[in-house]
Design a protein around this ligand. Structure first.
Ligand code: HEM
Length: 326
């Protein structure tokens, strides 16, 4: 049974979520958050994953092509206010930004729609996910928790990775950026766009910066502990930061239910519009505590695919939210 607090978290964030689907993932979601706490420690008031972050604000302006693919309100062409949170991986709130463990970096976008509702995109700098299901991700985390530095070789995590080749493959796609603004972020999970004519198209999001700048590992390790959190506000004082939100379109046979399998690079990519970030939130540290971004918080014109990660992620984020706002 979903706890009352979690239901309140979900209702409080305005969404039309398939609550029955969430309830069924609830125990796995709890297990996932418990496993994250085991690996990263319990840090009251912070997210179980992506604990360290910064909140910024701006707007989204859709391209004319976007409305042809989806009737969602954020693609209508009107300027849509957005709240964005950039983050480091792990549940460790004081992790140095240049640590390898801070990869993949995250970007969560909340679109404030004209009717007062919200819809979210929660993406990161991995190009595809290391595992295909919530249960596998739980087992990956438990293997990590059982692999302290002094563990006998091969460690539990090394054994897990050897049995899941997508684990090392996925992590080899990430590097530390010189700025949150100079990173590309991927949706990984597939969603289904529905346009005004009712036509459906499976897509995966890409959020592409003006330029990608990655640091060498040795350079990343030398950076100040908060260099990413400090650089973005400085940059925004000089000029806005822009990204292009794009949709990679699935071909008829491309699998939508396996987030470990990227679609071929030659698939059509459509520019959905420009995300402009022009200011740091006045109370970023306070705001992020109350913010809840959910992969399953959709709006008319965007539906879930058969990707199993979406429901379990949404349920796990709600569990983490209810624990960080007791
Ligand atoms: C089974 C797979 C996954 C699980 C269990 C999981 C779990 C979580 C949890 C518990 C949080 C903290 C939520 C909160 O307290 O608000 C979180 C945050 C986050 N996750 Fe995931 N995650 C998964 C996969 C992914 C994937 C595939 C992506 C990117 C495509 C992603 C990107 C993020 C980002 C960007 C955040 C920070 C959101 C924010 O700023 O509020 N996660 N995740």
């Amino acid at each position: 049974m979903m706890s009352r607090k979690i239901v309140a978290a979900l209702i409080g964030s305005w969404m039309a979520l398939p609550v029955a689907a969430l309830a069924q993932d609830q125990s796995v979601a709890e297990q996932l958050v418990n496993a994250m706490n085991k690996v990263f420690g319990v840090h009251p008031g912070f997210r179980a994953n992506h604990a360290k972050g910064i909140v910024v604000e701006g707007r989204f302006n859709a391209s004319p092509e976007a409305a042809g693919l989806s009737r969602a309100a954020q693609f209508s062409g009107a300027a849509i206010p957005v709240t964005v949170r950039f983050s480091d991986s792990t549940g460790v709130p004081d992790l140095p930004d240049g640590s390898d463990k801070a990869n993949p970096h995250g970007m969560a976008v909340k679109f404030h729609l004209p009717d007062g509702s919200e819809t979210d995109i929660v993406i990161n700098s991995l190009k595809f996910f290391p595992v295909a299901t919530g249960e596998e991700f739980r087992d990956l985390l438990l293997a990590l928790a059982d692999s302290p530095p002094n563990a006998a070789k091969p460690t539990k995590f090394e054994q897990f990775a050897a049995n899941h080749p997508s684990v090392p493959a996925a992590f080899s796609t990430v590097a530390t950026p010189d700025s949150f603004a100079d990173e590309e972020y991927y949706g990984i999970d597939a969603f289904v766009f529905v346009n005004k004519a009712g036509e459906k198209q499976a897509v995966r999001y890409q959020m592409l910066p003006e330029k990608v700048v990655h640091l060498e590992k040795s350079d990343a390790a030398k950076q100040a502990p908060d260099f990413l959190m400090e650089e973005l506000p400085q940059r925004l004082k000089q000029a806005p930061v822009t990204f292009h939100l794009k949709a990679q379109l699935a071909a008829a046979d491309d699998p939508t239910k396996d987030p470990t399998k990227p679609w071929p690079e030659n698939r059509k990519v459509v520019d959905l519009g420009v995300l402009t970030i022009d200011r740091t939130a006045e109370n970023s540290a306070e705001d992020q505590k109350k913010l809840l971004f959910l992969p399953g918080q959709l709006t008319d014109g965007i539906e879930q695919s058969d990707d199993p990660l979406i429901d379990v992620r949404t349920a796990a984020y709600a569990v983490s939210f209810s624990r960080r706002n007791p």
